[in-house]
Design a protein around this ligand. Structure first.
Ligand code: BG6
Length: 490
């Protein structure tokens, strides 16, 4: 084992694992989970790990290895050697769902037997919400529940009633402490950096409230379309796919009170307090959109009412945030792919600068977090333009993770969370209570959604988004691009 691999093994799980991957041939598995498991194995984080793929596809182990190889070739960003691949490939097995629970049990038993000493099982349900309970029952019938953990993918339910019922049915089979509800945005390095930034520094926390902050935007436009996910997306839509999951979780990290410690319970407690303080979402504060051409996509109803875009205003009605609007936006086939949190500070009470000085002309001061894997942050402010007179320009201080030389150490979100689940660390996972509360605040919107408005692919969404954000403006597109961290002299 290399030195790096042995130090990684120290932060890895205590016992080797057998990962039972449901939905093993699906989109998420190919894009993220198989490349992620490969990286974790190769880097030495999960020595001995074995993977049993399960899906509806009639494959054998060899067929699954081929699929996994193609997935790693296409989606892994890191280089690999043939020896590394062969070692990983040997840890892969496959059982088609049609083979039934007994066949699954025997494949998992065999994988566990091949591991010396004690081992653990991690079931990853990378399947649509409607299929989750059937997979849970298969695990129960295969007697693979005891001593296992299970990762559940979002969306967790489709409304309050279905989430409550899903939790109740899950609890008939798995205990709460065995269940890991994943939200991969919380596994993103820059999302955790929000906590480090807020609670590790004395500089910003004192002004992190309604007295100094004017409004907040969490904006995650995507240029991506649906790929092969038309059928899934059609039954879910942008709100359930992104907002009630990822964007609200990021909102909680941005808005929560300092937890008493960085442990799962105190963090969940503070996040859930944010969710409890959220006012119910009103249809009048929401713009739903659908890109032109969506209804012709494969798997989509030609009269579909599913939104591929959503923008909304929400309020956290507590002492810290009363009166501060939070604007959230996300959608498919938009002008740019970005993931930002933008904090707009209040403007000074009075200005002594002469008319035409430029003060305030480029919006308020902003603190911006870019949630891309190679994270960036920026603080924009007004400063004097060099030369005679008093002209002000918007300037910025920027930080890019690139600059630290440590960008290569970043674990991809799923990698981080799989590792955490194997270690039994729930800090970055969501709770049943939190999720149910989010569905509860969403009820008025789900019961009376505003109409979907068409938007042109490549735009920023329907025009109504500007009215929603008035008297402010959407921060994106940026007026000034991020500085290129690889360029010298800027
Ligand atoms: C997934 C959604 O959870 O998140 C996708 O289902 C979306 O629709 C994706 O594209 C975005 O994640 P990331 O990490 O690529 O920003």
């Amino acid at each position: 084992m290399t030195q790096a691999a042995s130090s990684h093994a120290r932060v890895g799980p205590r016992y080797p694992h057998v990962v039972v991957l449901f939905g093993a041939t699906g989109d998420l598995s190919r894009r993220k989970l198989l490349p992620g498991l490969f990286h974790l194995a190769r880097a030495g984080f999960i020595p001995g790990c074995r993977i049993v793929g399960v899906s509806l596809d009639a494959l054998d182990a060899e067929g699954f290895r081929k699929l996994a190889r193609a997935a790693v070739d296409e989606f892994s960003t890191r280089k690999m050697s043939e020896t590394e691949w062969n070692e990983f490939a040997a840890s892969l097995d496959y059982v088609p769902l049609s083979a039934g629970p007994a066949a699954l049990k025997s494949a998992v038993d065999e994988a566990q037997k091949s591991l010396a000493g004690e081992s653990r099982r991690l079931h990853y349900l990378s399947i649509p919400p409607g299929a989750a309970l059937a997979a849970v029952r298969t695990l129960r019938d295969a007697n693979l529940v005891e001593g296992s953990r299970v990762i559940m993918e979002k969306p967790f339910g489709t409304d309050l009633a279905s989430a409550v019922s899903l939790n109740a049915k899950l609890h008939e089979v798995f205990k709460e402490e065995q269940i890991f509800r994943i939200d991969h945005f919380l596994g993103k390095e820059p999302a955790q950096n929000i906590l480090a930034f807020r609670f590790g520094n004395g500089l910003f926390e004192p002004i992190w409230n309604r007295n100094f902050i004017d409004h907040v935007q969490i904006d995650v436009p995507e240029t991506l379309g649906l790929g092969k996910r038309g059928g899934f997306y059609e039954s879910v839509g942008a709100f359930r796919d992104m907002v009630v999951t990822h964007l609200f979780q990021i909102l909680a990290f941005t808005a929560m009170e300092p937890p008493t410690s960085l442990e799962p319970t105190p963090i969940s407690e503070e996040k859930n307090k944010v969710f409890r303080s959220m006012l119910p979402l009103l249809s009048s504060d929401v713009v739903r959109g659908q890109y032109v051409g969506y209804r012709g996509e494969e798997g989509v109803n030609p009269e579909s009412d599913t939104e591929t875009f959503i923008a909304l205003k929400c309020h956290i009605d507590n002492w810290r945030w009363a009166g501060v609007p939070f604007f959230l936006r996300t959608g498919k086939r938009l002008a740019e792919g970005q993931r930002i949190i933008s904090i707009a500070f209040r403007e000074p009470p009075k200005s002594m600068f002469p008319a035409g000085s430029g003060i305030g002309s480029q919006g308020p001061d902003h603190l911006t977090f870019d949630l891309a894997d190679a994270a960036k942050m920026s603080l924009s402010f007004y400063g004097k333009r060099p030369g005679p007179g008093m002209r002000l320009d918007k300037l910025s201080m920027q930080f890019a993770m690139h600059d630290t030389g440590l960008a290569g150490d970043v674990l991809e979100a799923y990698e981080r969370l799989i590792l955490d689940a194997m270690r039994g660390d729930r800090t970055l996972f969501t709770t049943a209570e939190g999720i149910e509360r989010l569905w509860e605040v969403s009820t008025p919107l789900l019961e009376a959604p505003p109409p979907v408005r068409p938007y042109t692919p490549g735009s920023w969404g329907p025009n109504a988004i500007h009215r929603l954000v008035t008297p402010y403006a959407w921060r994106l597109p940026f007026e000034r691009a991020w500085r290129d961290p690889n360029r010298t002299g800027n």
